[in-house]
Design a protein around this ligand. Sequence first.
Ligand code: PSU
Ligand code: MN
Length: 308
Amino acid sequence: MTRPVSPLLPMQYSDEVAAAKARGAPIVALESTIITHGMPYPGNLEMARSVERIIREQGAVPATIAVIDGVLHIGLDEAKLEALAQTQGAMKLSRADLAFAIAERRTGATTVAATMIGAARAGITVFATGGIGGVHRKAEETFDISADLDELSRTGVIVVCAGAKAILDIPKTLEVLETRGVPVVTYDSPVFPAFWSRDSGLKSPLTLNSPAAIANFQKVRDQLGIDGGMLIANPVPEEDEIPRDEMEIYIARALDNAERDEVAGKSVTPYLLDNLFHLTDGRSLKTNIALVENNARLAAEIAVALVD
Ligand code: PSU
Ligand code: MN
């Protein structure tokens, strides 16, 4: 059972999220593009379930966000989560098309940008994901820069990720975030992580060592009236890491394939992710699941610290 919250916007909270909101409990938003376009079935469902379980274990409530038949869902029950993980034709929704999917009664998964919009609309301020979109390599030719970066600059949600994938131009991604005034805080490390690897070779703009310190930083931003989001980069656990040099070989091959197949627009990221799963013989999936779980744990701890 879910209940509608607004007579205007077709939006439904899951029972669990509605109850958490009513008692002021900490909530962690989760994106759904990672489920439909970021990982193959059944690994995607396994990941979605374990991430929700980890958030509950930390004393917070998970809210996976997606548009199902034109209704913006904040929190998915088990049946809906399972159906989404097996859906073939789901749209990939960012700021540009979130409202389109609702207006046209479509089913779509939310990217980091669209999940932030949904979370903010629902009053949820912490969100866990795997990797954010960013400035693509050769962006000076293709102009391909993810809408995630602009969203981080304007929407007040704390996004916990494992850094940015090296399929992107990480230095340029950090430059754009700095220009847009988005704090980039690496958790417990001086170096910015690169998704499967703990070290991107770049220094992190900022570092904090506890969920309480992150919550306190956010409180001071609020006191100053600084709006917009912030990015927390959480390095993948050492035992799950795939070293950077090794990944770079596969990434180069995936990028070549994308060029050969003339992939453009919003298909680029899903194409590269799918290619990498095959090129690494599924090994990258294990790392991917481990790092999302790690991010869910930290996001829940931050959400708990924010309500303390
Ligand atoms: N990076 C990943 N895994 C993902 C994505 C990015 O390592 O699943 C997804 C996220 O949903 C992100 C989106 O918001 O891709 C970015 O797509 P684009 O580059 O088209 O903005
Ligand atoms: Mn793009």
